[in-house]
Structures are given as C-alpha cells and as structure tokens.
Design a binder for this molecule. Structure first.
Ligand SMILES: [Fe+2]
Length: 234
C-alpha cells in the first residue's frame, strides 16, 4: 500500500490542496493527517471542510487541542494567544466539536506490520520526539508500542530514521514548512518495503499572505508564511 502522510497544515488551504493533488498524482491509496490542521494560518474553516469533504483520517495536534479546549492562560500574551483567539472565533460549534473529536493516535495494520501515528511524541502532542536520538532508545520505543512504523508530526521538518527493521518519520509541514525551501512537505510511504520518500510540492503562497493580511491576525504571520521562518516552533 502507498500511504500519503501530511502534517501541520496550519490553516493553509492552498498548501493542503497542492499536497493532496501531488499525492494523488503519485497514486497513493490513502492519506493520513498528523495534526495541527489549524493555528497561525487564515483558513481554519476551509481546511476543516476540505478534510471533511475528502473524508481524511486525522489525529489531533497541539494547536487543534489548544483551539478545541480553551484553557485560561494556556499561552502567554503574544502571537500565539492572538492566533488562538482569532482561530477559535472563526469556527462554528460543529467545527470545534470536530477538533474535540480528534484522537491522539491512529493505528494502521498491514499484514505483519503495525503503524502508529502521533503528533509530537507518543502520549504528548506538545513535545516532539527527538528523531536523531540514539538508536537504542528509539528501538525500545518501537518495541514498547509493538510497532514497525511510528509517524510523528509537529517538527515542521521532514525527517525519516531507520532503526533496525523499523522506521520513524515526520512528514514535515504541509502548510508552514521550516525546511528553508518553499512549498508543502509531504511523505510517501510504501508500507511493504518501508521506503519513505519526501515531496516538496510547490504552491502559490500569495492567497495565504493576502488572506492573512486581511484577517486581523498578527501582521508578523504574513512574514512567517512568506519566509518559512518562525521564532518559535509549535
Ligand atoms: Fe505545527
């Protein structure tokens, strides 16, 4: 099976559409989303509705949870708090209920192989697992979850690590990649061979920046989406 994996769309509809189209051109059988559908970008409703229309399975990212569950003082004053409040105000109760319905993990079984997906790290969407950590610890993690593949969103950087017969991979960010190259990140995974191939999908960021500037979101975000540089990863 050819699995397409996207993460960290961050309310960027043109990036999601371009990435989905590229994965379809590659002939994927299924697409899985690893969270952070919303947050920072100007299209939270549009992204949720596109995910509904496509019927894509998704797990919750840190931003989806922040928006879904308003916790006083969860974020300090600043761009993060302003983004959180703006995003929540855009969403209907039905859309918020969808974010609340997202689970923290997703499991796929292919024959003998077991694949688990999380945002950040197993058990903590806020804390990205260090995929460059010593192999032994990563192998123990795979063993503990009895998984051959762990898919982990949230770094905004595409990275794959083979450990023994297992694989750990982050697809990077579709909507707000910090890889230094323009375009949406996507991962193609062959679930039989565990071959992981990363795509960098070009899209026009113009509408995202234009919609950001018109949105009332903090002006610095237009610069972030233009340059792919952000003072703090989230
Ligand atoms: Fe993110």
């Amino acid at each position: 099976m050819r699995l397409g994996v996207l993460s960290d769309i961050h309310a960027n509809l043109p990036a999601l559409e371009a990435a989905l189209e590229a994965l379809r051109r590659e002939g994927v059988d299924e697409v899985l989303l690893l969270g952070d559908l919303v947050g920072y970008g100007p299209h939270p409703r549009e992204v949720i509705h596109r995910v509904w229309k496509e019927g894509l399975p998704a797990i919750a990212g840190a931003w989806d949870l922040r928006v879904a569950y308003p916790l006083p003082g969860a974020l300090p004053e600043g761009v993060g708090r302003a983004t959180l409040e703006w995003t929540r105000a855009q969403l209907s109760e039905r859309e918020l209920a969808y974010l609340r319905s997202l689970r923290l993990s997703h499991r796929l079984v292919f024959g003998e192989r077991r694949l688990l997906a999380f945002h950040g790290s197993p058990g903590n969407p806020e804390e990205p697992l260090d995929l460059l950590a010593p192999a032994r610890g990563l192998w123990e993690l795979l063993s503990r979850y009895r998984a051959q593949v762990l898919l982990l969103g949230g770094r905004h950087l595409p990275l794959a690590r083979r450990v023994g017969a297992g694989l750990l991979a982050d697809p990077g960010s579709a909507g707000l990649s910090l890889s230094g190259e323009p375009g949406a990140d996507a991962l193609l995974l062959d679930t039989e061979t565990l071959e992981a191939r990363f795509l960098k999908v070009p899209y026009d960021p113009g509408p995202v920046i234009r919609d950001l500037e018109a949105s009332g979101l903090p002006p610095v975000l237009a610069q972030v989406y233009r340059t792919g540089r952000f003072p703090k990863q989230g």
